[in-house]
Design a protein around this ligand. Structure first.
Ligand SMILES: Cc1ncc(COP(=O)(O)O)c(C=O)c1O
Length: 358
């Protein structure tokens, strides 16, 4: 006998990338930052006293809200601190999408969205990206026609690394009547010359909810801290109705504050990763592994027709290098590879050279 709700009994859960225990593995499979967080985070951690944990944390993480507001030039009321960006996604669905309502995503996209749609028991409509991974010309029109309650776009896109300009997002937000979630998990790695900043749009567009995370850009995936940025009409129901009573803990609040305040460290890290990305793309292309122009900390690689992506990923794994292969339509013949340290990238290239020639 099953006690699960029908939709839960019928669904598959999210499958995370492999997290090996050994630290000797070159881990390029889950888009973690290859460098440690700022030394300011280590200092803040060292100062936390066990006795501070006797008490509950700040319920709405007001210190973090203010620091994030200052970083983004918005008000503290526009910031929604969450237990990782994933919690913000779950809260967005719980708060704004009824059972049976429709949500729209692109295909492909972040593989957690369909899982959350199943949990909420809502209808998921997937709009395929074009062959070059660009968004279809009639996407805005499809959104209007769909009468969907929510559209979730990851920008820059995962798993392709493509970027939509903020002017396009603004156009979508204007014409769409539902909530437009812009998942900016990888936005820190975008070339600053690009016009990508959607934060100023929250003033004039009540339906935009931006997701940020400390997992990637701030090298704190193990901490579980993310946040939303939105107009109060979206932020308040999450902050004061649907959020768990203490959804972010004391330790993570303190460390998240330290990380966000260390902007110089973070920005130098992003610059280093952008430079490595550009070198890695050139070297992969020289090996006949085609990649698009990525604005994230990973690249999606097309393997040559005479090779199999899954075999290459297994051959790399045999050499202690993990990359991500998705058994999914349109991604079967590709590998998603996170940008590592320069040493890790050199080891990857050398292993790939051997595998492709072998
Ligand atoms: C596209 C995308 N959005 C959101 C997240 C959530 O990140 P976290 O829950 O670690 O903040 C991830 C993590 O991999 C992601 O790839």
């Amino acid at each position: 006998m099953s006690f699960e709700r029908k939709n839960i009994a019928n669904m598959q859960g999210y499958v995370p990338g492999e997290q090996p225990k050994a630290h000797t593995v070159i881990k390029l499979n889950t888009n973690e930052n290859p460098y440690p967080a700022s030394p300011a985070v280590a200092d803040a951690l060292a100062k936390i006293r066990v006795e501070d944990l006797r008490r509950y944390p700040q319920a709405i993480a007001e210190d973090f809200r203010q620091i994030a507001a200052d970083v983004h030039g918005v008000d503290a009321e526009n910031i929604i601190p969450t237990n990782g960006g994933d919690e913000l996604l779950r809260l967005a669905l719980t708060t704004f999408v009824e059972v049976g309502d429709k949500i729209i995503v692109t295909q492909p996209t972040y593989s957690l969205y369909p899982v959350l749609a199943e949990v909420q028991n809502c209808i998921l409509e997937e709009i395929p990206l074009r062959d070059d991974w660009s968004i279809p010309a009639d996407f805005a029109e499809s959104l209007i026609q769909s009468r969907a309650k929510m559209c979730i776009l990851v920008n820059p896109h995962a798993p392709t690394g493509c970027l939509l300009p903020s002017a396009y997002i603004e156009k979508l937000a204007k014409s769409f009547e539902g909530v437009l979630v812009i998942d900016e998990a990888y936005v820190d790695f975008v070339d600053p010359k690009e016009s990508y900043n959607c934060v100023p749009l929250i003033d004039s567009h009540e339906n935009i909810l931006i997701l940020r995370t400390l997992s990637k850009g701030y090298a704190l995936a193990g901490l579980r801290f993310g946040y939303g940025i939105s107009n109060k009409s979206l932020a308040n129901p999450i902050m004061f109705k649907t959020r768990d009573s203490y959804n972010t803990d004391h330790v993570s609040q303190i460390l998240a504050c330290a990380a966000l305040q260390a902007q110089d460290h973070a920005q130098a890290n992003w610059e280093k990763i952008r430079n490595s990305r550009s070198d890695l793309i050139t070297a992969l292309n020289e090996l006949g592994l085609v990649t698009g122009a990525s604005q994230t900390n990973f690249v999606l690689v097309q393997v040559p027709a005479n090779h199999s992506a899954i075999n290459i990923s297994q051959a790399l794994k045999d050499q202690n290098i993990l990359v991500r292969h998705f058994r999914q339509p349109r991604l079967e013949d590709k590998l998603r590879i996170s940008i590592g340290t320069e040493k890790e990238n050199r080891a990857l290239l050398s292993a790939l050279r051997g595998v492709l020639q072998g």
